[in-house]
Design a protein around this ligand. Structure first.
Ligand code: GMT
Length: 384
């Protein structure tokens, strides 16, 4: 197939899923065309089947707000026509699904019907999409997509309850490439961070408010009183400076390292003993899956789709949003007994294997075929 992928090119979860999916599809022999405003962060290899088409937006002085959505729609028309794509897969509803709809309408005037698959990732529904500024557009573009997927049952249900959706939404969970995310021998790194055998606690995110990163510091401040440990905070975003201040206020700063954005996340996870994800909302929790693939158990909230990934008492524990004491107590429970910790680590990996890329990729492939097949008549009548 010739597949167009539209995504945010940043380190955010939706961009990572879209890029890893495109790379894997290219490996399987499909031709994959990324259409976005920057080279996607994880599109870091050469493949004869991978293409990147940049969307550039005119910054004519009249525009207070450069119209990215229009530029994207125009670029999509151009790429679909020139490259003769079979399907367009857009990740994150805003503004990708509506730009794809506009492109589809324009392409019909050229006698081309391009099937559009929209994948909902989370905040496009739970935070941004619900906002009344965007709600009518999000509702419309989900209903006008030829196929819609959501990354968890919970997100699917949220979408049905927040919007008036007539379309069927298929759940296709996040996935993990176990050839990249697996335990790496990084003992020298572990020794440098925890020279006295302290436990290593880790958090990775974009430090947005929804991640409740200050809870990470509060949980750590409780557990470090009982378990000698170090905390690694990976990523960057608006909450980072507040977290740094909180480390000083709670007098744990000597045991916390802020590492900023990192490419080789799997190496950091490989030296870690426990992952903290106290998010207020999380449609799936890709960062937790990455940790589990590197044998790191997870203490998380029970928000959103997290219970579909983290199994209570098996791969970690889940508590209500804001229950810092409960999360600290369960973190200590896992870490205080070496045999117990090892069992949780094994369980985390076993669970991660269920989300192996090799299992999820064929689901996307057959979904594309199903959608293309469903659009065949529309495509034929469009040509006439
Ligand atoms: O806020 C983020 O975590 C980034 C965001 C995105 O869309 O870029 O991630 C969302 O999509 C990921 C991939 O499907 C999910 O694993 C994350 O759970 C989801 N984040 C939230 O729902 C907050």
């Amino acid at each position: 197939m010739k597949i167009g992928i539209v995504c945010y090119p940043t380190f955010g979860g939706s961009g990572v899923v879209a890029t890893e999916l495109g790379k894997a599809l290219a490996d399987r022999g499909h031709q994959v065309h990324f259409v976005t405003y920057n080279q996607p962060a994880r599109l870091d290899l050469f493949s004869e089947n991978l293409f990147y088409h940049e969307v550039s937006v005119s910054n004519y002085p009249l525009f207070d707000f450069p119209p990215y959505e229009l530029a994207l729609a125009s670029r999509l028309v151009d790429v679909v026509r020139f490259e003769k794509l079979d399907v367009l897969h857009v990740h994150y509803a805003i503004p990708h699904a509506s730009a794809a709809f506009m492109a589809k309408q324009i392409l019909m005037t050229y006698g081309i019907y391009i099937p559009v698959v929209t994948t909902l990732h989370g905040t496009d529904i739970t935070l941004v999409g619900r906002d009344r500024t965007f709600k009518p557009v999000v509702t419309f573009s989900i209903n006008k997509s030829d196929g819609v997927t959501a990354v968890s049952e919970h997100l699917r249900n949220d979408t049905y309850s927040f919007f008036e959706i007539e379309n069927d939404i298929r759940v296709i969970p996040n996935f993990i490439d176990l050839t990249r995310f697996s335990l790496k021998a990084k003992d020298h790194f572990k020794k440098a961070i925890a020279p006295f055998g302290e436990k290593i606690i880790v958090h990775t995110s974009n430090f947005r408010k929804v991640k409740r990163t200050q809870d990470v510091v509060k949980i750590f401040a409780q557990l470090v009183k009982t378990i000698p440990s170090k905390l690694l905070m990976v990523g960057d975003g608006g909450e980072r400076s507040y977290c740094e201040q909180l480390c000083r206020d709670l007098d744990v700063w000597e045991n916390v390292r802020f590492l900023g954005k990192q490419d080789a996340i799997e190496e950091i996870l490989s030296v870690s003993d426990l992952f903290l994800m106290p998010s207020e909302s999380e449609s799936f929790g890709l960062a937790a899956l990455e940790a589990m693939a590197c044998k790191v158990p997870v203490i998380s909230t029970n928000a959103g789709g997290l219970p579909e990934l983290n199994v209570e008492g098996v791969t970690g524990f889940l508590k209500d949003v804001g229950d810092v004491d409960g999360m600290a107590e369960k973190a200590i429970y896992i870490l205080e007994d070496e045999a117990r910790l090892q069992q949780f680590k094994e369980n985390a990996l076993a669970r991660a294997k269920e989300f192996d890329l090799a299992n999820i990729l064929p689901i996307y492939e057959s979904y594309y075929i199903e959608v293309i097949e469903r659009c065949k008549e529309k495509a034929l009548s469009c040509k006439m």
